[in-house]
Write a protein that binds this ligand. Structure first.
Ligand SMILES: Nc1ncnc2c1ncn2[C@@H]1O[C@H](COP(=O)(O)OP(=O)(O)OP(=O)(O)O)[C@@H](O)[C@H]1O
Length: 615
């Protein structure tokens, strides 16, 4: 429901940042001082397009020369053709000058069009390269990097920060070069034609510069504030949408709305302020340039009276002075862009300079086809210095064996699988597959032979078929169906409206938990890894699905070495070996019967968690 005008006005007036419930990290680039080293680094991205830039710069020079020539022709038209000293107007001269002017306008138009078109094309290529480089790099970064940052902040750098450089690369660089040439050209011409009048006209330049830079600075800060507010709205929206189910479940809609309204109003308030400042800019500039024009005509007519200049020259001066403020204005704008670009590029380079903590050795060899023997040798690992998550874990697994990892929450089960996939490297000890230390082999060759089925099955937006194919992109449709059949997913897929062509949304919200599990099994089976890691879903499912999943698991695990973070008793029971973890240590090990007989920690865990199932 919309609020009344007065209510809305009051809300905007009283909106305040301080009433915020959550703290959002500001992820918008503010500005940074100019930094040459960074600028050089940015320009490095333009290097591949050096040759393409040459015709653009030539077009820019032609455009500038023609622009500077046209007012000179106006003077000529007045002083030599319309009102020559002889007092006898010459139409032939006038037509010739007019024809030259038309030709120059056409040349100017053509060169400007060329320049604008190609600066945009080159700029977009540079932005493409930069985004490509950044994304390529962040894909290589290790889990430690992502542990420290919310996904949103990574996203902002790949999108907003790169976008912030767009203007600089597409228009900024070439246009400012053009503006500088034009400014210097005008100053030289004006002073050469009439030093005194030139100087008089330029008195307003420092005033204009001072006024414009002060005002611009305030406008810049005001818009930055708007962006900050908008980015908070984005963060809040992102969180709200993701947490919508919880909001509705806890009936927090009203509170959420109140909070959102405040943010919304804070944003409008900031926008109003920035926009008011923006509107003040135009008149201030116009008044200053009007003062310049006044000086020109006042002093110019004085000089005409004293026969120091001609009428044509005064008209020419007026023309040039008119062309004077635009470049000054644009240079001010580019300066603003540059400061924001400094902040954005600093943030981009911070990511690009980040080295993956799990690095591939220079002489790493691809891991040859493995059998699947896995050995953890006295592994010590810590996520944060001084807080070990694993204290000397040794596990020896023969190819084809299935291992169930059990233990209380936080006992180190996921850590073991993180290390086996080499998402992190141990602080001490080694992990060997078929006798080879996994640090000595290429990461791709390792991960392509170690399959991972996560608890939170990730379903991508696309068809069911594409989602299964993600396991092996060159799999045929037939292989996909075979994999689905093997893990008993075929029947439910066929019952969907379009079978394998059914479109599923990102994260697969339309599929049930069990169905998602089966899809991820099919995906893993297609990839056919020798070593399989499975983080079993914790959600309880009905007995029929449970049975189907157990059947599917059997098919999936057959002939593979497997590590399972098992939550279901049926899965744990079927494992060849159960490893019981407690606070990062292996405290018990053996098969289900042996461990139950032992009547130790495992028995306690099973008693506590699965009593109702095993009864
Ligand atoms: N990214 C991380 N950064 C810092 N500490 C972490 C990180 N991930 C896990 N830990 C810590 O390491 C320890 C082991 O965690 P791990 O995730 O391996 O436990 P888990 O047995 O898999 O638990 P759960 O059953 O709840 O998933 C815990 O104390 C946890 O707080």
């Amino acid at each position: 429901m919309s609020s009344s005008n007065k209510e809305l006005k009051d809300r905007i007036k009283n909106a305040s940042d301080n009433s915020e419930r959550f703290i959002y990290q500001d992820d918008e680039a503010i500005e940074k001082p100019f930094n040459w080293a960074q600028m050089r680094r940015l320009f490095y991205y333009m290097k591949p397009y050096k040759r393409q830039l040459i015709p653009v710069i030539i077009a820019m020079i032609i455009g500038t020369i023609t622009r500077l020539t046209i007012p000179a022709l106006t003077i000529m038209a007045i002083d030599k053709a319309i009102d020559p000293p002889s007092g006898d107007p010459s139409y032939t001269k006038l037509y010739t000058i007019a024809a030259i002017m038309v030709a120059l306008f056409i040349i100017q138009w053509a060169s400007n069009s060329y320049r604008i078109k190609y600066t945009n094309i080159i700029g977009q290529k540079v932005i493409y390269d930069l985004r490509h480089h950044l994304f390529q790099h962040i894909q290589k970064l290790s889990f430690r990097f992502y542990d420290k940052r919310p996904a949103g902040s990574v996203l902002v750098r790949v999108t907003n920060d790169v976008n912030a450089l767009q203007d600089l690369f597409t228009n900024g660089v070439v246009n400012s070069l053009m503006d500088c040439v034009q400014l210097v050209g005008i100053v030289v011409i004006l002073l050469a034609w009439n030093f005194k009048l030139g100087l008089a006209v330029m008195i307003t330049v420092p005033i204009m510069f001072l006024v414009s830079s002060t005002l611009r600075k305030r406008i810049r800060f005001a818009w930055q504030d708007v962006r900050k507010k908008q980015s908070r709205i984005n963060s809040h929206l992102n969180e709200s949408i993701q947490g919508m189910k919880i909001t509705q479940a806890y009936v927090q809609e009203k509170e959420n709305m109140r909070f959102f309204d405040n943010m919304n109003a804070v944003n409008v308030k900031a926008w109003n302020k920035a926009s008011a400042l923006n509107q003040a800019f135009g008149p201030v500039i116009e008044i200053t340039s009007a003062i310049g024009t006044f000086i020109l005509f006042w002093y110019g007519s004085y000089l005409i009276e004293h026969k120091e200049i001609t009428v044509g020259l005064l008209v020419g001066f007026a023309n040039y002075v008119g062309n004077f403020w635009d470049p000054i204005n644009r240079l001010g704008q580019v300066y603003n862009q540059l400061l924001v670009a400094m902040a954005s590029s600093e943030r981009i380079f911070e990511f690009i300079d980040e080295e993956p903590t799990v690095a591939e050795l220079g002489n790493a060899m691809p891991l040859a086809s493995i059998r699947g023997d896995v050995k953890f040798d006295n592994i010590i690992f810590e996520y944060e210095k001084g807080r070990p998550a694993l204290h000397g874990v040794t596990i020896d697994v023969k190819a084809g064996q299935s291992i169930a990892l059990v233990g209380h929450t936080g006992s180190g089960k996921s850590t073991i699988i993180n290390l086996l996939c080499r998402f992190y490297d141990p602080v001490q000890g080694s992990i060997r597959i078929d006798g080879q230390d996994i640090r000595n082999v290429t990461i791709d060759s390792l991960r392509s032979q170690v399959g991972l089925v996560m608890q939170d099955t990730f379903i991508f937006a696309g068809t069911i078929r594409d989602n299964i194919r993600y396991g092996r992109l060159d799999a045929t449709d037939n292989e996909i169906v075979e994999a689905a059949k093997a893990v008993h997913a075929h029947d439910f897929i066929m019952s969907l409206p379009d079978g394998y062509n059914t479109e599923v949304e990102e994260r697969g919200n339309v599929l049930s938990m069990g169905q998602r599990q089966l899809l991820s099994f099919a995906r893993a089976l297609l990839a056919d890894p020798r070593v399989l890691i499975l983080d079993e879903a914790t959600a309880s499912i009905d007995t029929e699905t449970e049975l189907r999943i157990q059947e599917a698991l059997k098919a999936l695990l057959k002939g593979r070495t497997s590590f399972m973070i098992a939550h279901r008793l049926s899965t744990i029971r079927n494992a060849d070996e159960i490893i019981v973890l407690d606070h990062g240590r292996i405290v018990e090990q053996g098969n289900h019967e042996a461990l139950i007989r032992k009547n130790g920690i495992y028995n306690g865990l099973i008693e506590a968690q699965y009593r109702f199932l095993s009864a």
